[in-house]
Design a protein around this ligand. Structure first.
Ligand SMILES: [Zn+2]
Length: 161
């Protein structure tokens, strides 16, 4: 029988493992001059507007820990936390923007379109008359700059989680 405490570890040490030169780590640490687009932060993960949104409401969810593959997510904690935030994001973005659909996915490794190695889950609301998901998440276009009012509004809604 596996000891229930086997999967527990010191969370403070856990979240401190950051990688220098990583834009997401520097956003997490607030050591960047980039605008603060963070919407919400849990114990293990953060939700942020995408740095380069391809659609209105395009957000990212990422572990606070610097890892580069879903294979490295801890299932008991990080994976379930990211799933919880994904579901909440679909609910909140639907309420806020009334999209007609969503694409949700990771880009992992070379040739995937990933421009940032730090694992991050894209959540892209979809609206009528658009390009395909591959074009969207592979960075083939930049469509919108998010209004500050949307960021503020989302922060209020996520704060209720
Ligand atoms: Zn990182």
């Amino acid at each position: 029988m596996i000891d229930g405490h086997f999967f527990n570890f010191n969370k403070l040490d856990y979240v401190k493992k950051k990688k220098s030169g990583c834009i997401l780590c520097s956003l997490i640490d607030k050591t960047t001059d980039s605008p603060d687009l963070e919407i919400y932060r849990s114990l293990l993960s953060a939700v942020s507007m995408n740095l380069y949104p391809y659609n209105s409401g395009h957000i990212m969810i990422y572990p606070l820990r610097h890892i580069e593959s879903i294979c490295d997510l801890s299932e008991e904690e990080e994976a379930s936390d990211i799933h919880r935030l994904s579901a909440a994001s679909v609910r909140i973005l639907t309420d806020e923007l009334s999209p007609t659909g969503f694409n949700i996915g990771y880009n992992i490794g070379e040739n995937s379109g990933a421009s940032i190695k730090h694992l991050h889950l894209h959540i892209v609301p979809r609206y009528n008359n658009e390009l395909g998901f591959a074009e969207v998440i592979a960075g083939k276009r930049v469509v919108v700059v998010e209004p500050v009012s949307l960021l503020d509004s989302l922060r209020v809604k996520y704060a209720q989680l």
